[in-house]
Design a protein around this ligand. Structure first.
Ligand code: ADP
Ligand code: MG
Length: 236
């Protein structure tokens, strides 16, 4: 949990793109449904973090986004909250596969994302499961078969499961590449590219990263369409 103090430092915020919406200054101004706002209040959060304030209105417009902000800045809810809204609006048949796919570099991070999803999406009845290596596939696949809104996966394991034809990504319309810089550092680029080929081209794509080296820029240029770029840099 980020205390107020963590954000009482200064940020240099740059937002680049066409017709960028104004940031949200409070949870109430987001228009998020009351059941989600209740979870946010229960968590003791007082306001959106800078990356959330900037990203939410852009993502809620259905646009692609690249968000660059350091670790611990609240990026997870930066994509999850608009993801919940996306699910409420566009969910088809969860039995046919997930609506939202989040790619994450490690089992540990994937599990954290799942925890956050369950905590904030619980009252909205949004379901989520994780696919990661180092554990048997059977139980993971059974969760998917139950019909799931959000799948959080490491690229290696998801690629294996795709090759087994055990999951369909044809219903995915909201794709998140979380910790993109770390995924590329770990050598996951080939798997990511294969996975993305299985996701329909008509989709919203969001990339969250702590750093912005040229490898990340390259994959962003290939996978995102006319994205808005939000950069939150610390200047103290
Ligand atoms: P990042 O992905 O940028 O490293 P996380 O999304 O993991 O950061 O968030 C870091 C911590 O901040 C988490 O414990 C999360 O629950 C908390 N957090 C997220 N949003 C807020 C907020 N608006 N106010 C206070 N704490 C928050
Ligand atoms: Mg993160």
């Amino acid at each position: 949990n980020l205390s107020g103090d963590a954000y009482r430092c200064q940020h240099e915020i740059t937002v680049t793109g066409d017709e960028v919406p104004m940031p949200f200054s409070s949870f109430e101004s987001t228009g998020l449904p009351s059941e989600i706002l209740r979870e946010v209040r229960n968590a003791g959060f007082s306001a959106p973090t800078p990356i959330q304030a900037q990203s939410w209105p852009i993502a809620l417009q259905g646009r692609d986004i690249v968000a660059i902000a350091k670790t611990g800045s609240g990026k997870t809810l930066g994509y999850l909250m608009p993801g919940f809204m996306h699910i409420k609006q566009f969910r088809k048949d969860p039995q046919m596969g997930p609506t939202v796919l989040v790619l994450s570099p490690t089992r540990e991070l994937a599990t954290q994302i799942q925890d956050e999803t369950r905590k904030f999406g619980n009252l909205s009845r949004i379901s989520c499961t994780c696919l990661y290596g180092g554990a048997p596939k059977g139980p993971q696949l059974r969760e998917v078969e139950k019909g799931i809104d959000i799948v959080v996966a490491t690229p290696g394991r998801l690629n294996d499961i795709l090759e087994m034809r055990k999951i369909s990504l044809q219903q995915v319309s909201y794709l998140v590449l979380d910790e993109a810089d770390r995924m590329l550092d770990m050598g996951f680029e080939p798997q990511i590219r294969k996975i993305v080929k299985e996701v329909p081209i008509r989709r919203q794509t969001l990339m969250f990263t702590a750093t912005w080296p040229k490898e990340v820029r390259k994959i962003a240029a290939d996978l995102l369409v006319n994205p808005v770029q939000v950069n939150i840099g610390n200047i103290d």
